[in-house]
Unconditional design. Structure first.
Length: 230
């Protein structure tokens, strides 16, 4: 089975400048995802998609292949799905068509090869066309979304609001954590997205999505403590 891991790592980052190559416990942030993918027993090719020459050079140093990303796909508003599609198109031009595409966002450095392999095994052994990693938030009370203008939008039919005593009837909530996504190639072609129409859920512990300097500090502490225990 052909499985490719794709790591999107653009050079622009507003929250933390040069975030994807900022050192974290002695290694660039993107290196953690590259190394985890290379150690996976299922992923046979590891591709970093970037428009940035420095990120490309660092990624190659850690063992990844590079597919250059067009500048129009490296903007602040660019979504991830078109980036994955561009990589898949470039691979197809070389005659390589994977069975499964794995999306590994570099902001999840605590996700290792064991998680990748367990999630892929779950997908391969199932009838699902895609899978994401996340955690269960438990049963929750009804939710509302506050819009920028301050008005509220109900995310449920509040005219059928359950009584507090009936809260046990509410379904558990499942939250994506961004650490892992995988989609069968046919489903990707159909939906043009890294999740298909028959989605599976791989349950894992809560993960820190590195997006702020405090996230960097928190994750670095975890990584250094993990290294001390080895």
């Amino acid at each position: 089975m052909k499985i490719v891991g794709i790591i999107p790592a653009r050079g622009g980052s507003k929250g933390i400048p040069r975030k994807n190559i900022k050192l974290l416990a002695g290694k660039p942030l993107v290196a953690y995802s590259i190394e985890a993918a290379i150690k996976s027993k299922y992923i046979e090719r590891v591709i970093v998609s970037t428009e940035d020459k420095e990120i490309a050079e660092i990624s190659k140093k850690y063992g990844a292949e590079i597919i250059e990303r067009p500048c129009e796909l490296a903007q602040d508003e660019t979504k991830t799905a078109p980036v994955i599609a561009q990589v898949a198109d470039e691979l197809k031009k070389t005659g390589y068509v994977p069975d499964i595409i794995v999306l590994l966002q570099p902001t999840s450095p605590l996700r290792d090869e064991k998680i990748i392999d367990a999630a892929l095994e779950q997908l391969i052994q199932s009838d699902k066309d895609s899978i994401f990693a996340g955690h269960k938030a438990g049963r929750t009370m009804p939710l509302w979304k506050q819009k920028p203008d301050g008005s509220l939008e109900a995310l449920y039919d509040y005219h059928l609001r359950p009584r507090r005593q009936e809260s046990h009837l509410m379904e558990p909530m499942v939250c994506e954590n961004g650490a892992f996504y995988a989609v069968r190639y046919d489903a990707f072609l159909e939906t043009k997205d890294f999740l298909g129409n028959n989605v599976g859920f791989f349950e894992m512990d809560w993960q820190v999505d590195v997006d702020t300097l405090k996230d960097f500090q928190d994750v670095e502490k975890i990584l250094l403590e993990r290294d001390c225990k080895k």
